[in-house]
Design a protein around this ligand. Structure first.
Ligand SMILES: Cc1ncc(C[n+]2csc(CCOP(=O)(O)OP(=O)(O)O)c2C)c(N)n1
Length: 292
């Protein structure tokens, strides 16, 4: 990556205007991503943003950078592949709770096992937003939703606790009502050398009236405000992440800087600067003729 001392927020400006509902938490996450990249001095030409499907990932054309929009629930493997080919690039994956914890759950689990050197920004609005308010695994049990008129019957998933059982290297939680904290968490996640999981609690003003911005504001606290919090203590992080309803812990809950990432574990490539530089220019015109 080239040093660039002059990155400005307008470098990331796209002529496409957001279509999110008024009050949607996506606005704050969109802003925070751009602010974090600017503060890290990363120009739009030197980062790749990968998007899932959903309201969250409708951000893809509202940010001027290299972006890749994939299939619902499949943003993690797309981001991992890009990173493996070009390890000098910061790669950021953006997804929602529906895509990631329903269709894409297996990728979420394996990303921790592999410790791909990518960042996952998880918009948690506790519903399938774009398809009009069905329940996801993070919707509270008993909550009435468009697809669950009698209330959600299943237990609620705790994705943070799940992550903490998967020998993670970085697990953090932010809230769209605290932009300053969110930018700091994003910067730490992007700079982390391994799979960094940042869950962002957000309000969906149209389909989630039960956990709005004020509801979260009354409940969130920052773990770092307590001097005794030790974010290398996995057991402590798991304990704090247990409460999703009354006192909700935010901040870097857990970080292990020693865990080797995927690239470093593959002996025959770990010392090569970049796989992308190995790719030769090949003439594939004859091969293409076979598909005529
Ligand atoms: C494989 C697949 N399954 C389902 C859909 C339909 N679909 C499109 S957006 C969406 C909801 C997205 O919800 P979430 O991932 O939570 O993101 P949000 O819209 O809430 O930001 C669904 C179910 C799809 N496009 N592809």
């Amino acid at each position: 990556m080239q040093a660039n001392t002059n990155v400005k927020i307008n470098d990331y400006a796209s002529p496409v205007k957001p279509t999110w509902c008024a009050g949607c938490g996506d606005f704050a996450i969109w802003t925070a991503i751009k602010m974090a990249l600017v503060e890290l001095n990363i120009p739009p030409t030197e980062v790749v943003l990968c998007f899932d499907i959903g309201c969250n990932s409708n951000m893809a054309d509202k940010i001027n950078a290299y972006v890749f929009k994939g299939l619902h629930g499949r943003v993690i493997p797309v981001a991992a592949g890009i990173k493996l080919a070009n390890q000098g690039l910061p790669v950021i994956a953006v997804g929602g709770d529906g895509g990631t914890f329903d269709e894409g759950m297996q990728h979420f689990v394996h990303a921790f096992r592999s410790n791909y050197d990518i960042t996952l920004i998880l918009h948690n609005n506790c519903d399938f937003g774009l398809t009009t308010g069905q329940a996801t695994p993070t919707t509270p049990t008993g909550q009435k939703m468009n697809s669950s008129p009698f209330g959600v019957a299943e237990d609620r998933l705790n994705p943070t606790q799940l992550a903490l059982t998967l020998n993670p290297s970085f697990v953090a939680k932010g809230f769209t009502g605290d932009l300053k904290q969110l930018v700091g968490l994003l910067k730490a996640a992007i700079e982390h050398k391994g799979f960094s999981y940042l869950e962002v609690l957000q309000h969906c003003p149209t389909y989630n009236q039960f956990m709005d911005q004020a509801w979260y504001k009354d409940r969130v606290y920052k773990v770092e405000e307590n001097d005794t919090y030790d974010n290398t203590n996995l057991k402590l992080a798991y304990e704090r992440a247990g409460d999703q309803l009354e006192k909700i812990a935010t901040g870097i809950l857990y970080q292990n800087k020693e865990k080797l990432n995927f690239y470093q574990r593959i002996n025959h490539i770990k010392d090569q600067p970049d796989l992308v530089s190995n790719v030769e220019k090949k003439d594939i015109s004859e091969l293409l003729l076979e598909f005529k």
